[in-house]
Design a protein around this ligand. Structure first.
Ligand code: HEM
Length: 226
């Protein structure tokens, strides 16, 4: 296999840094939930009902980090078996992340400062949308519709990466206000992060997947594989 290009390494590094807090630091919640030491600030909901949050954290981290590899053109081109194998893992992880997120949204008992109606409905809607896009991506692949597969994966990845954009916006808000955002302000930041990510995904889809050049390249590649 040819090596990854400089741009691809840069992309992976940017995703790793961008997802660092939710996808890597988030894993430090797990030890206390399996009987180990407490490292993170307390989350009573996690202690009361640990299984969904453990599944959610593990699956979300895999989805965000392994998912980034799936966007590398050289892996898709030179190692289709790796793309296929990793793709199964990423889709399963994304589905578990979305469904466990939905479960916690509905069944965890949140103080109103941490989840009001706006965030509740945004989480319900977006976790279902993330799941639906993953489902659509698999169906599109079976129909050999690569453009639809790629667009659906990009959309589900954008929703999943909402946690990273939320963290980035929280850091900016705290830098300006000096306090942790709560209540409606917190919810608006979280929803804005998802909107920003989805707009970015639409921009990327229109710039790449929807161009005639992409369709020609994909149809040439699939003809050469037939
Ligand atoms: C549609 C997507 C998602 C939804 C609806 C969702 C929803 C939730 C909910 C309801 C909780 C419980 C929060 C609490 O008890 O305060 C949670 C926790 C968490 N989520 Fe997500 N989530 C999503 C995606 C992600 C992704 C992609 C990541 C990682 C990159 C992530 C990382 C985490 C972490 C680390 C926690 C644990 C927070 C703690 O330790 O207290 N989530 N999520």
């Amino acid at each position: 296999m040819r090596r990854l290009t400089k741009n691809e390494w840069t992309f992976l590094a940017v995703v790793a840094v961008y997802s660092f807090i939710p996808a890597i630091l988030g894993l430090f919640r797990i030890p206390e939930l399996v009987g180990g030491p407490t490292i993170m600030p307390p989350n009573p909901r996690a202690v009361i009902d640990p299984v969904p949050i453990i599944l959610h954290i593990l699956a979300s981290s895999i989805f965000c980090l392994a998912g980034a590899v799936q966007f590398l053109p050289s892996v898709r081109r030179d190692r289709p078996a790796v793309h296929r194998g990793l793709g199964r893992v990423v889709v399963a992880a994304g589905a578990i992340s979305a469904l466990a997120g939905l479960w916690m949204t509905v069944f965890y008992v949140f103080p109103p400062a941490l989840q009001g109606p706006l965030l509740y409905w945004a989480r319900v809607f977006l976790s279902l949308a993330m799941f639906a896009f993953l489902f659509r991506a698999v169906i599109a692949l079976r129909a050999r519709n690569v453009a639809a597969h790629r667009a659906a994966m990009l959309r589900s990845y954008a929703i999943g990466q909402g946690a990273s954009t939320q963290t980035a916006l929280f850091i900016v808000a705290m830098a300006f206000s000096g306090v942790e955002p709560l209540d409606l302000f917190r919810e608006l930041i979280m929803v804005a992060a998802w909107v920003l990510n989805l707009l970015t995904a639409e921009f990327v889809i229109r710039r790449t997947v929807a161009t005639p050049r992409f369709s020609v390249a994909v149809s040439r590649r699939s003809q050469s594989q037939d």
